[in-house]
Design a binder for this molecule. Structure first.
Ligand code: HEM
Length: 543
């Protein structure tokens, strides 16, 4: 067994290696190798002093030494993180968050309440909160331009154990620019307009399903059907078809569930990206494999065809220069579904949840929408200009931003001044989107209430309680070079869908709906989960 001198040297090793790792963070594999070597070497002296040691004794000693080494390393790390020597020492934050990134993982995975926790922390400590050993949450609208305009993506984006980067995880800014150009062409302008008939076709299909539920006087499970609707619609836009979940009435392959689980996994892994190597080699679940096979088949299909495909994947693959590798194209194919589906679903659910409980709001929307319908056809260009509909969508995005946790950026090797505060190098910074959207300092005393009128200048002026109204504090689509490239497409799809629902139905919550309980059911895992929303939908006389 190791004597006290051995333990002291082991503790010293832990402290010395901490100083080394501070400067040169190792990969997981390298850390494990170095630990085995250090602890193996530290075991030898105590072994050599004891006669007649068995292999089991030697192994036990090695394990004890390793435990001592790792413990001393961790203690040294934690003491340093709390010491005045740490560059972020002057920023307040919860002690556990300052000690370890596992606080954030715990908040996401176990508690699901990261959004409200950040809100409480900012209310208690002000705009700057230390939410990780090297991480700051900055609740200042003035910080958005610097953080999202100047800084590179943080280590979070390296946590995804994938074969290739998607547009959303590329860290190199030059590569990002060239890949984003093709994406922009694929989801805006002419491409976006060409998708309108596809969305309208899927909307008709959904309205028929809703009519059939309504004729049986049954509540409609809105979450379920809106999820399937967006899955099928993105399949059409993304890959010229691929999903028919509305026909079968369910997500037959469990892809939606799997992709949601994937987002939760990535949200957690992004907090501890050094673990990535460990997960890369783990066997993948059936739905992940079948989804990967699907995206790969779509990539192969496009590679083989000689005509230029006009769907999102086709444009991305044909217009990115130099060409994407097969793995990159397959990764972007997944992104089409991941980025567009749940975000749009959540916006529609938030809007319907709030509008359905307010008959005046339903009526006002119906009246406004009727002005752009001619002989049963909706003028989509005119629809996108409707002020009240737009206000309802913006307010839904403010209340429940589908990406409630601001994308993390890094101050890199230089550090940066943000709103007059010096933020040292290698610090991760983000803006707490949910907390900022709900902050009375930016959206008035009723920041927690769904009030579309706040977006209409004339009506806002009549009600002083709707001031302040600071749109610079509104960032549901993020900001800067990595902001949502599909923003316009998303809003177009959402408006077409909402207009069709309200043209066709009067809506109200199903019996037993409890607004407070529903709102309290929201949990944040990088995306939202919540209790199901069920609506009674009565067909309108004049559609
Ligand atoms: C209401 C719906 C949507 C919301 C709220 C939303 C929100 C966001 C946010 C916050 C980001 C930044 C994420 C980050 O930096 O980590 C983002 C990026 C992105 N979104 Fe969306 N999104 C929506 C719909 C869509 C749609 C319909 C598409 C189109 C397929 C799309 C495609 C993308 C892509 C490709 C990126 C990466 C952009 C880049 O890295 O340059 N999104 N989105």
């Amino acid at each position: 067994m190791a004597g006290y001198r051995d333990w002291i040297s082991i503790a010293c090793f832990g402290t010395i290696f901490h100083q080394r790792y501070r400067k040169h963070e190792p990969t997981l594999t390298r850390f494990l190798w170095e630990t085995v070597l250090v602890c193996g070497a530290a075991t030898i002296p105590s072994m050599s002093r004891a006669a007649g040691l068995t292999l089991v004794d030697a192994f036990r000693t090695f394990c004890l030494v390793t435990l001592g080494y790792v413990s001393s390393l961790c203690i040294s790390v934690i003491i340093y993180r709390h010491s005045p020597l740490h560059p972020l020492a002057r920023f307040p934050g919860p002690a556990v968050a300052i000690s370890t990134k596992w606080w954030m993982v715990h908040r996401i995975l176990i508690k699901g309440g990261r959004h409200t926790k950040l809100q409480t922390l900012h209310a208690a400590h002000g705009p700057w909160v230390r939410v990780g050993p090297n991480e700051l949450s900055v609740n200042l609208p003035g910080a958005i331009k610097v953080i999202y305009g100047q800084l590179d993506r943080g280590p979070f984006y390296q946590g995804t154990p994938a074969n290739a980067d998607t547009l959303i995880t590329v860290v190199d800014r030059k590569i990002h620019v060239r890949r984003r150009q093709a994406w922009t062409k694929a989801v805006t302008g002419d491409a976006m307009r060409s998708f309108i008939p596809l969305v309208e076709g899927r909307v008709d299909q959904l309205m028929n399903i809703f009519r059939s539920r309504a004729s049986q006087n049954l509540p409609t499970d809105i979450d379920h059907w809106i999820n399937l609707f967006f899955m099928d619609t993105m399949g059409d836009m993304g890959f010229s078809g691929g999903f028919e979940t509305m026909v079968s009435g369910r997500d037959t392959e469990d892809w939606l569930k799997t992709l949601s689980a994937g987002v939760i996994f990535v949200s957690c892994m992004g907090q501890v990206p050094w673990l990535r190597d460990l997960f890369r080699f783990l066997p993948k679940s059936g739905p992940i494999q079948s989804f990967q096979a699907f995206t790969q088949a779509k990539v192969d299909e496009i590679q083989k065809t000689t005509t230029r495909r006009k769907d999102i994947l086709g444009i991305i693959m044909n217009d990115t220069s130099p060409s994407l590798t097969s793995d990159e194209a397959a990764a972007d194919a997944s992104l089409i579904v991941v980025a567009a589906t749940d975000t749009s679903v959540q916006t529609v659910i938030t809007l319907l949840r709030h509008v359905a409980v307010n008959a005046d709001c339903v009526r006002r929307l119906q009246e406004e929408i009727s002005t752009v319908v001619d002989c049963g056809n909706t003028d989509v260009a005119a629809l996108s200009e409707l002020p009240y509909l737009d206000a309802c969508v913006q307010e839904a995005l403010r209340m429940m931003p589908p990406g409630p946790f601001g994308p993390p950026r890094t101050t890199g090797l230089t550090g940066v001044h943000i709103c007059g505060t010096w933020v040292p190098p290698r610090t991760t910074v983000h803006v707490p989107v949910y907390a900022m959207h709900r902050d009375p300092a930016f959206f008035g005393v009723h920041a927690d209430k769904y009030i579309p009128e706040r977006w209409l200048e004339d009506e806002r002026k009549l009600n002083s309680e709707l001031e302040p109204f600071d749109t610079t504090a509104f960032m549901p689509f993020s900001n800067g070079y990595g902001s949502c490239v599909g923003k316009q497409l998303a809003v177009q799809n959402i408006k077409i869908l909402i207009a069709s629902i309200l043209r066709s139905f009067d809506i109200r919550p199903a019996d037993g709906f409890n607004e407070t309980a529903f709102d309290a059911s929201y949990q944040e895992y990088g995306l939202w989960t919540h209790a199901p929303l069920k609506l009674m939908m009565a067909p309108r006389q004049k559609e």
